[in-house]
Ligand binder design. Structure first.
Ligand code: SF4
Ligand code: FES
Length: 260
């Protein structure tokens, strides 16, 4: 039978309670304990890519390092989120990230917090696709697949050349130009620009036509986005081709409250 009882464990010396299936990272956030976590987002499944959220878990005599975004504590676990062993590992990870993405402010700032400077022992390697700003956290891939249901982006190559790309590094039919990947990217490796009636996402080899709002005439979404919403919400057909402000103005109840 599935465990339904809450878990009692120790987090940085104090008693903590986790719901069954709740990760250490989630409990830590709830209790205001800061654990750096670059590849985690509540909207998608955890993937354990960046390894920055490492913490130490003691179970009886056994001690091991786990990723807080994936690890579900057990009764009696003693978790330490910032001891010397953990901080040393985070410093190595940050040194590697800094070698890969020396220009990313977020990485520089995290590195600074852990006393890691720009003189990395590791070779600085340029990466293609999203350029030298991509840490291969996979958030864009997961949000595209799990939230948007599009599966337009994936991984290409291996090792230091691993990168985020569309299939065959060309524009893919699966991309609707929603920009969820751009929104979720922690390092601003992906960009979206609306120019000349088109939405352009250069790192994803994508350019597609925009749609004008039937109310104000402003270009507000791509044609493919609207097509997708029409497909998902056929009952709202007449409201879909309007931008959010025109929609709010057009659909109000008798008291003047926006209905959508
Ligand atoms: S492009 Fe951004 S979201 Fe996608 S893997 Fe790279 S850093 Fe992560
Ligand atoms: S946030 Fe846990 S491995 Fe990246």
């Amino acid at each position: 039978m599935k465990e339904t009882k809450n878990i009692i464990f120790t987090l940085d010396g104090r008693e903590a309670e986790a719901r069954p299936d709740e990760t250490v990272l989630s409990v830590a956030k709830r209790l205001g304990v800061d654990i750096p976590a670059l590849c985690h987002h509540q909207a998608v499944t955890s993937y354990g890519a960046c390894r920055l959220c490492v913490v130490e878990v003691k179970k009886g005599k056994r001690t091991r390092i786990v990723t807080a975004c994936i690890y579900i504590p057990a009764d009696g676990d003693v978790v330490e989120t910032g001891n010397e062993r953990v901080n040393k590992l985070r410093r190595i990870i940050l040194e590697l990230l800094l070698a890969r993405c020396p220009e990313v402010d977020l990485i520089r700032s995290l590195a600074g917090q852990y006393g890691v400077d720009a003189s990395s022992r590791f070779r600085v390697s340029g990466s293609a696709g999203a350029g030298e700003r991509c840490i291969i956290c996979g958030l864009c891939v997961r949000v595209c697949a799990e939230v948007m249901g599009q599966h337009a982006i994936g991984y290409a190559n291996r090792g230091g050349k691993r990168m985020i790309a569309t299939p065959f590094e060309t524009q893919t039919e699966d991309c609707i130009g929603c920009g969820a990947c751009v929104f979720v990217c922690p390092t601003n490796a992906l960009h979206l620009e609306d120019i000349g009636g088109k939405r352009v996402m250069k790192e994803l080899y994508t350019s597609m036509p925009m749609m004008k709002c039937t109310g104000c005439g402003r270009e507000f979404a791509t044609e493919k986005q609207i097509e997708k919403v029409r497909h998902c919400l056929p009952a709202a057909h007449d409201k879909i081709a309007m931008c959010p402000s025109c929609r709010r103005a057009a659909f109000r109840d008798a008291a003047g409250q926006a209905l959508i």
